[in-house]
Design a protein around this ligand. Structure first.
Ligand code: C2E
Ligand code: CA
Ligand code: CA
Length: 242
């Protein structure tokens, strides 16, 4: 109720801020990407984590407005970094399932990016695995148009739900992001290692880039490096930051 009471004023007041969590190259430790993650900062400075409001916004539909506010901030940041001559890693944006029901989503996001003069290939769109249960024809159509428009596309949370092995071959993904759930326990079990190894091999055979998220320990990093997982995102390297 708190979330629903305050969401409209929060959007108007610019209380939804973007934090970035770097993704590093497993081999070199260099920052090669960053995921844009929303944070709700109330006027008194209190920070609310997305787990508390994103599910509510997904229910009541407000997520599409919030997402576009985040996209706008992130794209404006990229624009500023370009102007300052900074080296900019690929920036990933989270795409809620509501957008994948909107045939005009590709046009909307293209308009936003083009208006600010940011090259589309600097942006990756993260589409969560659980979305692969949506209407297939529409999903394929929207994703193909996003891909043809020049965005990179990532399957997020891979392995968290009903991973559709068939759909990852049909849909135009560039990147496969292995769900943080595999790294929740600080010690990797033999079974976990077996699954992660197979997923990375599968992704390589499909010519997909691999990212592991939620990585926190030395042991996990060493394992992923030996395995040849391309990128790591997790507290081991960096937390999300303003
Ligand atoms: P996600 O897309 O799977 O994002 C990764 C989450 O894992 C983030 O939580 C991040 O802070 C957390 N994380 C990263 N590294 C570690 C680690 O080493 N250990 C642990 N324990 N956690 C780690 P966050 O920022 O709370 O976001 C939660 C979820 O909220 C996201 O999950 C995403 O589904 C959603 N979300 C966040 N920002 C947006 C947004 O702008 N739009 C939409 N539609 N959803 C968003
Ligand atoms: Ca994500
Ligand atoms: Ca994820």
């Amino acid at each position: 109720q708190y979330v629903e009471t305050h969401m409209v004023e929060a959007l108007d007041n610019g209380e939804f801020k973007v934090f970035y969590q770097p993704k590093v190259c497993t081999e070199t430790g260099e920052i090669v990407g960053a995921e844009a993650l929303v944070r709700w900062i109330r006027p008194d400075g209190e920070m609310i984590s997305p787990g508390k409001f994103v599910p509510v916004f997904e229910q009541n539909g407000f997520i599409t407005d919030m997402d576009f506010a985040i996209y706008r901030s992130a794209i404006a940041d990229i624009k500023r970094w370009m102007r300052d001559g900074k080296k900019i890693p690929t920036i990933s944006l989270n795409v809620s399932r509501q957008h994948m029901r909107d045939e005009t989503f590709p046009d909307k996001i293209c308009a936003l990016v083009d208006n600010l003069g940011v090259p589309r290939n600097m942006i990756e769109l993260e589409i969560t695995e659980s979305m692969l249960t949506e209407n297939m024809n529409r999903l394929l159509d929207i994703m193909t148009r996003l891909k043809e428009a020049g965005f990179r596309i990532s399957v997020d949370d891979f392995g968290s739900g009903y991973s559709s092995l068939n759909l990852i071959t049909l849909l135009p993904f560039d990147t496969l992001k292995i769900d943080g759930g595999f790294f929740l326990r600080n010690d990797l079990t033999e079974k976990n290692k077996a699954v992660i190894t197979s997923v990375v091999e599968l992704a390589k055979n499909l010519k997909l880039t691999t990212v592991s998220e939620g990585v926190e320990t030395d042991e996990q990093v060493t394992f992923l490096r030996e395995l040849g997982c391309d990128m790591i995102q997790g507290y081991y390297y960096y937390k999300p930051m303003p």
